[in-house]
Design a protein around this ligand. Structure first.
Ligand code: HEG
Length: 147
C-alpha cells in the first residue's frame, strides 16, 4: 500500500479542487496526441487528428480528455485504494482497448505539464514531487491487470 504524507494528501486534493478538470483533461490529451502521435491509433473513431490544430479543436478529444480527468478525480477521492478503484479500468484498457501500458506514463506526464502551467509559481518542487508520485501510482494501478 502506498503511504502518503499529510502534505502529499493535501497537495493532491488542493490541486484537483483548484483546476478546471475539463480544460486540463482536454489540454493533456491534446498534448499526448500531438507529442506522441502513435497514441492516435487508439482513437480512430474520433475523426480528424491531422495536426495540432485539428486535435485541439476536435470535440471528441475534448470530451474524452474530460472523461480521463474525471477518472483521475476518482483516484484523488480514494488515495488509499487506487489499485482497487482502477482494477476494472485496467482490465478495459488491457483486454478491450489493447492500449500499450507505456502510454499511461506519457499521458500522465502530459497531465503534469498542463497542471504545472496552470499553477504557475505555486507549482513548487515539493508540489511537483507529490503530483508525480500520485501519477506514478495511477499509472501503476492502470497497468496492474496486464499480463
Ligand atoms: Mg483511457 C476510455 C481513463 C489513459 C485510451 N479511459 C477511458 C475511460 C476512462 C479512462 C475513465 C472510460 C471508460 C469507460 O467508458 O468505462 N485513460 C484513463 C486514465 C488514463 C488513461 C485515468 C491515464 C491517465 N487511455 C489512456 C491512454 C490511452 C487511452 C494512455 C491511449 C493512448 N481510454 C482510451 C480509449 C478509451 C478509453 C481508446 C475508449 C474511448 C471511447 O471509446 O470513447
Amino acid at each position: 500500500m502506498v503511504v502518503w504524507t499529510d502534505f502529499e494528501r493535501a497537495t493532491i486534493q488542493n490541486i484537483f479542487s483548484k483546476i478546471d478538470k475539463d480544460a486540463v483533461g482536454h489540454q493533456a490529451l491534446t498534448r499526448c496526441l500531438v507529442v506522441y502521435p502513435w497514441t492516435q491509433r487508439y482513437f480512430g473513431k474520433f475523426g480528424n487528428l491531422y495536426n495540432a490544430a485539428a486535435i485541439s479543436g476536435n470535440p471528441n478529444v475534448a470530451a474524452h480528455g474530460s472523461v480521463v480527468a474525471h477518472g483521475l478525480e476518482k483516484a484523488v477521492k480514494n488515495m488509499d485504494n487506487i489499485k482497487a478503484i482502477f482494477a476494472e479500468l485496467s482490465v478495459l484498457h488491457s483486454e478491450k482497448l489493447h492500449v500499450d501500458p507505456d502510454n499511461f506514463k506519457l499521458l500522465a506526464d502530459c497531465f503534469t505539464i498542463v497542471i504545472a502551467a496552470s499553477l504557475g509559481a505555486t507549482f513548487t518542487a515539493e508540489v511537483q514531487a507529490a503530483l508525480q508520485k500520485f501519477m506514478a501510482v495511477v499509472v501503476s494501478a492502470l497497468g496492474k491487470q496486464y499480463h
